[in-house]
Design a binder for this molecule. Structure first.
Ligand SMILES: [Zn+2]
Length: 303
């Protein structure tokens, strides 16, 4: 467990340090430099969360792990456990961005969930968001207090989440322990395919600059009994998604997904500019730094 933790922390801290990414158009015309930078971070952080989610599917499939309950929920929990377990402020921000990503996705879906969504493999977007919030506050109630307060996340729920987080962490760790070996190394093949169009190429460059795909290769490349040759590929897919293909042993992250998250955050920024009051909950009071940090629309503003 120790070696697992140290390996992923080192890799994740490296990524966190690289998040100042090359300049990418993020509908930049109407956004400030600060918003563009924050937006890029949001895009990369959501990609990282999703890549960890896909890596969770990879572990389930490669190790033939039992999954009680819905696999999609289980691998969201793994993603949260790994990122939160690093106990790093930047990676806590990754989690906040991931929760915000699902909230924004939910809000963008004006018609609300449809029958298909209820029948699908995943939880509803807003449920996924709150499940992440539960892991966050369960792992570190103090650090995420402002964020959880901004969502009116109930106190009793926060107390339950402490146990839910511990259960998720301990369950994953005990399952993984049997598939880990001190000193084991696995070679992954990381490829950023050319996007084939200028807009998406910007996102390919952003992810590459931040080393998003490499995070998975680094974190899972040490200490796990995985066979060499798993591919981690960024590409244009024609859909906004990410996949684990067991037969090909390949994680695919579609650049369209990054563009989609960029659209969500750009719209959110634009709405804030159009209606600055929407950005805070303070009801006429001067917003304090803390209040600005956690807004009613569930997105923290970073200084
Ligand atoms: Zn999935």
């Amino acid at each position: 467990m120790k070696s697992l933790k140290s390996a992923w922390i080192v890799a994740l801290l490296m990524v966190a340090a690289m998040l100042v990414a090359p300049s990418v158009p993020l509908k930049a015309a109407e956004l400030t430099d600060e918003q563009v930078e924050e937006g890029q971070r949001f895009v990369v952080n959501n990609a990282i969360f999703i890549l960890f989610h896909e890596a969770g599917h990879m572990l389930v499939s490669e190790f033939n792990l039992p999954v009680l309950g819905r696999e999609e929920d289980a691998v969201d929990a793994l993603s949260a456990v790994l990122l939160l377990g690093a106990e790093d402020e930047e990676l806590n921000t990754t989690m906040q961005d991931a929760a915000d990503g699902w909230f924004l996705l939910d809000e963008a879906n004006e018609d609300g969930p449809q029958e298909d969504d209820f029948m699908g493999t995943h939880g509803l977007d807003r449920q996924r968001a709150y499940a992440i919030v539960c892991m966050m506050t369960g792992a570190n109630a103090e650090f995420f207090k402002v964020f959880a307060d901004s969502l009116d996340f109930p106190q009793e729920r926060r107390e339950e989440c402490v146990f839910e987080y511990e259960k998720a962490r301990d369950s994953w760790m005990s399952l993984l322990a049997a598939n880990m070996k001190e000193g084991a190394k696995t070679k992954f093949t990381v490829t950023y395919e050319p996007a084939g169009n200028e807009d998406l190429q910007g996102f390919a460059d952003l992810l590459k600059g931040a080393g998003a795909l490499e995070t998975i290769a680094t974190v899972f490349g040490e200490g796990y009994n995985l066979k060499d040759g798993i591919k981690i590929t960024g590409k244009t897919c024609g859909t906004e998604n990410a996949f684990w293909y067991a037969g090909d042993r390949e994680i695919t992250y579609c650049y369209e997904m990054a563009a989609f998250h960029a659209g969500l955050i750009s719209n959110w920024f634009e709405n804030q500019t159009a209606d600055p009051d929407a950005a805070n909950d303070a009801g006429g009071e001067e917003a304090t730094d803390e209040q600005t940090d956690a807004t009613a629309v569930k997105l923290k503003k970073k200084e």
